[in-house]
Design a protein. Sequence first.
Length: 350
Amino acid sequence: MNSKNTYNKPVGVIGAGSFGTAIANILAKNTDVILYARNPEIAKQISLSRLLNGVEMNPRISLTNDLKYVVENCDVLFPIVPSENFPALIDELSHFLKPYHILIHGTKGLMVLKEGWENDEDLKISKEDVYTMSRLIRERTLAVRIGCLAGPNLAKELADNQPAATVVASHFDEVISEGQRLLRNDRFQVYGSKDLLGIELTGVLKNIIAIAAGALSGMGYGDNARSLLISRGMIEMIYLGQMLGANTQAFLGLAGIGDLVATCSSKLSRNFTVGERLGKGEKLSDIVTSMEETAEGINTIKIIIRLMKDYQMRAPITESLDRVIKGEITIEEALRFLMKAPFNIDIDFM
């Protein structure tokens, strides 16, 4: 399904990783695309070969490593880089962005911008210290019309043109409708949501549960155990989301349950892969070093654990994984703890 770009301008995708490239190819079914790769050698290589990680690039995609060029030639931008690189990217973008730009990011992560928080256990952090990617954009640039992508969007399946769907979330109807117009095709459905915070947090928090699901797989446990984890994990996500100011509804849709099921069931998920390797007995430091792309769930666990110190609540899955990451307990001990957790009521948030 092709549609005309009413702006008569290409759309910019910032980040040539697996997900950014997949989104660029989806967009290119409907419009011209400028794909930004920070490394000039990678940009040149993709331009010549028209391949990235074995994926053929749509002819409507052009490559550049000039960020200013992308921003000046595109009114709609999709920043899709790892969360650890996101603040630096936004600071660089801030020199070029204007209020008329639309930004729909595809980065799932949280940031704490309080210096030294990771090394100082006594340094308190509150939810005001925790930034979603949308908040970073809003506070550090002139951009107003901001949105995010969230959903069961495993990059490899998107690259293979398999049927999938996503949610475009924004406070602005125009951002949602523009995202739907640009992304939707006969194999990619696009839903809208006005709950930007809730949708962002679903994409962040499910990474924690995906690590735990991978660990179960690595230890050889089956579908009953994974189903138990997914259902209890969803409840934990809802409580953590409420702690951070989100509503329950976002967690019950495609970006919540849909994404959770996908990432807790697929070896294509980086967070699932981290958990699976932990379950097989590998050390976290070795796993992280060997991975080409970031598993956002590790950092999310650290942030959530620090936040919970000021709230009267428990998150057994997150707490157990934190102790595993710190080397205080083994995966097997964490599983035994979770099986003994005193849950007497199945659903208690509605």
